[in-house]
Design a protein around this ligand. Structure first.
Ligand SMILES: [Cu+2]
Length: 357
C-alpha cells in the first residue's frame, strides 16, 4: 500500500538538519540564551574561553562547508545518473587517479589547518603562571568542591566550599587536585575543562573579565551523585573580592542572645553530630570530612549547588541528605531512624547555620 505520510519525512529531516546547523549560529548571535542556558560555552568571559570557542567555531564551519559540498555533489550525481528506462548502461570505469589524490589531499589539508590552530590553542591555554596570579587550591570531593585560599604569605588558609570567589582583571590560577576519584573542573564561561586527579596538581589559568555569577559543574563521572556536583563562580570587582576575603577570614559570628534558637542551634551543631565531619572556625569543631561551614549562611546554594540555600531546603538536607543527593556521605539525621534529631532540633540547627554570615 502506498503511504501518504512518506513525503513529510524528508522535509522533517531537512528541518532538523537546518535547525542543527543554525542553532549554534543563532546561539552565538547574542547572550539571550544565557537566561535559558546559563551554563553555556557560547558566551565566553575569559580569553581562554574565547580561544576555545574560536577553535570550536573553526571546526564547526569547516565541517559545515565539507557537509554542504558533499551533499550538493551527492544530490547532483543522484539526479544526473538517475534511472531512465531509455538510457543505455553507463560506461564502466575503475579508478581515477586525479580524484583519488584530490580526496586524500584535501581532507589532509583541512586536518592540518585544524592541527595548527589546535596546537596554538593548547599553548595559549596553558601559560606560565603570571606573577600576580591569585592562587586557589581546588579539591574535588564526592560530591562537592573545596576551595582553599592561601593568605598572609601562605601562613593561613581560608577554606570554603562550592562557591569560588575571584576578582575580575586579575589572573586566577587554580591548583586542581583530588583526594578520592577523578573529577573535572568546568565553568564553561571561564574556559576549561581540566581534570582533578590524585597524584598530581593540574593548573588552570584564566582572567575573569566581568563581575557576575557563573555556573559550573564536575565534568568527569565520579560516582552516584556526579550530576549533582555543581558550583558557582562569583567574579567580584577587586574591592568586592577583598571584602569577601576579609569576611571569610573572620571566625564564625556568635549568637547575639544566649537564649535564642540560634544559640540552641549552635550548641547542637558544635557539640553534636555535625562536629565529627565539619569545621566552623572559632568553635571547637575539627571534622574535615565535610565542607567548612564558617560562613555557610552567605552561600547562595547548598549541597554543592543543587538547591537554593533557604530554611526549607536546609531543613530537608539536615533531615535526610541522601534523599536529596544519592550516595551522600552526609547521613540521614532526622525522620524515621533511631536517635533521630527532632523537628525542633532541626529548626534550631537551621537557624544557627543561616546566622553564619
Ligand atoms: Cu566529580
Amino acid at each position: 500500500m502506498k503511504s501518504v505520510t512518506a513525503p513529510a519525512e524528508p522535509r522533517r529531516g531537512l528541518g532538523a538538519l537546518a535547525a542543527g546547523l543554525l542553532l549554534p549560529l543563532l546561539a552565538a548571535c547574542g547572550d539571550d540564551h544565557l537566561t535559558r542556558y546559563p551554563q553555556t560555552t557560547y558566551a565566553p568571559r575569559t580569553e581562554m574561553a574565547e580561544i576555545q570557542m574560536g577553535l570550536f567555531n573553526l571546526t564547526l564551519y569547516l565541517g559545515v562547508a565539507v557537509g554542504l559540498v558533499t551533499f550538493a555533489l551527492l544530490g547532483w550525481i543522484m539526479w544526473k545518473f538517475r534511472y531512465r528506462p531509455e538510457a543505455p548502461e553507463p560506461r564502466q570505469i575503475h579508478g581515477n587517479t586525479t580524484l583519488e589524490v584530490a580526496w586524500t589531499l584535501f581532507p589532509a589539508l583541512i586536518v592540518a589547518v585544524i592541527a595548527v590552530f589546535t596546537v596554538k590553542a593548547i599553548f595559549a591555554t596553558q601559560p606560565e603562571p603570571p606573577a600576580n596570579a591569585l592562587n586557589v587550591r581546588v579539591i574535588g570531593k564526592q560530591w562537592w568542591w573545596e576551595f582553599q585560599y592561601p593568605v598572609n604569605g601562605g601562613q593561613d588558609t581560608i577554606i570554603t566550599a562550592n562557591e569560588i570567589h575571584v576578582p575580575v582583571g586579575q589572573p586566577v590560577q587554580l591548583l586542581l587536585e583530588s583526594d578520592n576519584v577523578l573529577h573535572s573542573f568546568w565553568v564553561p564561561q571561564m574556559g576549561g575543562k581540566r581534570d582533578l586527579i590524585t597524584n598530581r596538581v593540574n593548573r588552570l589559568i584564566f582572567t575573569p573579565r566581568e563581575p557576575g555569577v557563573y555556573l559550573g559543574q564536575c565534568a568527569e563521572f565520579c560516582g552516584d551523585s556526579h550530576a549533582l556536583m555543581k558550583m558557582r563562580l562569583v567574579a567580584h570587582t577587586p574591592q568586592g573580592f577583598q571584602d569577601w576575603l576579609n569576611n571569610e577570614a573572620r571566625p564564625a559570628v556568635e549568637p547575639l542572645d544566649s537564649t535564642s534558637s540560634v544559640a540552641v542551634g549552635k550548641k547542637l551543631v558544635t557539640q553534636g553530630v555535625c562536629a565529627g565531619c565539619h569545621v566552623i572556625n572559632g568553635t571547637p569543631m575539627v571534622g574535615r570530612q565535610g565542607p567548612n561551614l564558617t560562613h555557610f549562611g552567605r552561600r547562595r546554594t547548598l549541597a554543592a549547588g543543587i538547591v537554593e540555600n533557604n530554611a526549607e531546603n536546609l531543613a530537608a538536607w539536615v533531615r535526610n541528605a541522601p534523599a536529596m543527593k544519592p550516595g551522600s556521605k552526609m547521613p540521614q539525621l532526622g525522620g524515621d531512624i533511631p536517635n533521630a534529631l527532632t523537628e525542633d532540633q532541626i529548626q534550631y540547627i537551621v537557624a544557627y547555620l543561616q546566622s553564619l554570615q
